[in-house]
Design a protein around this ligand. Structure first.
Ligand code: CAA
Length: 253
């Protein structure tokens, strides 16, 4: 580690080489953080692509393999990062999958796989960084939910339940840590231009785009900017909030 990055705050981004994750990593690195992107090791081509995509950012960003569904792997990951780079100050939980099917067709596997990644993953990572953040009286946790956790979506009882759960988790943890210099917030992306949305059938995707007031899919940059806002050192008075970034697709009080 060079002297120039030694003082930077350390950020972990799960799903860090995914559609939204890579851009979140880029944004946090440019905001002066030392970023560790974590994701499944098995995705070798994506890891290679990630290093190409962030080559301009130098040694302030790197990749570590982890399966967020495995509590012990998450614990070991955090210990390794703390030993190598320093305390973990920022955690972005962006790892997520879809297993779309109407409930009448959904298998228990589709339900459980999704819960393990999208909800257990958030617990596994938060549980392993929270003690250090409390000790050091500083932390920024940003959980990525979804518009479909707020509105529900046909074919997504599993995803909508997990994503609504993510914000419930954020609010509860925000209360537990508010007096310790830690903020816990949720960013709820709408439909974005990623592979996850590209996997939806073309006719349904077109209907969705037609119902977005801004008139287009979101970009990973739209989401990364919102995450960047919550990650800042001087946003300590905002906690337990849910920021929708969805082109006006869903509005509420
Ligand atoms: N809305 C309303 N009705 C629908 C429907 C929909 N989206 N999809 C299917 N139906 C209707 C069909 O017209 C059919 O009606 P009839 O029985 O009257 O003929 C019936 O429901 C068929 O039901 P099935 O259980 O057989 O559904 P299916 O297997 O045909 O389709 C599905 C299920 C593939 C999940 C499909 O509904 C779908 O693609 N839904 C959208 C899922 C989606 O938006 N995913 C988002 C992924 S991106 C993401 O999640 C990122 C993020 O955070 C935003």
């Amino acid at each position: 580690m060079s002297a120039s990055v030694a003082h930077k705050r350390i950020a972990i981004v799960t799903g860090g080489i995914g559609g939204l994750g890579t851009e979140i990593c880029r944004h946090l690195t440019k905001a002066g953080r030392r970023v560790v992107a974590v994701d499944l090791a098995a995705r070798e081509e994506r890891v290679a692509q990630f290093y190409e995509d962030v080559a301009d950012l130098g040694e302030a960003i790197s990749f570590e393999p982890v399966d967020v569904t495995d509590f012990d792997s998450c614990r070991q990951l955090v210990s390794r990062i703390e030993a190598e780079h320093g305390s973990v100050d920022i955690l972005v939980n962006a790892a997520g999958i879809t297993r779309d099917a109407s409930l009448r067709k959904m298998t228990p596997e589709q339900w459980h796989q999704l819960m393990q990644v999208n909800l257990d993953g958030v617990f596994n990572m938060c549980r392993n960084v929270i003690e250090g953040m409390i000790e050091r009286e500083f932390g920024r946790i940003i959980n990525i939910s979804s518009v479909n956790g707020q509105t529900g979506q046909f074919g997504q009882t599993n995803y909508s339940a997990a994503k609504a759960g993510v914000h419930g988790f954020s609010m509860a943890l925000a209360r537990e840590t508010a007096s310790k210099g830690i903020t816990v917030n949720t960013v709820s992306p709408g439909y974005c231009d990623t592979q996850m949305v590209a996997a939806v059938s073309e006719d349904i995707r077109e209907q969705i785009i037609a119902s977005i007031p801004v008139g287009r899919l979101g970009t990973p940059g739209d989401i990364a900017r919102a995450v960047g806002f919550f990650n800042a050192d001087d946003t300590g008075y905002i906690t337990g909030a849910n920021l929708p970034v969805n082109g006006g697709y869903f509005m509420s009080f």
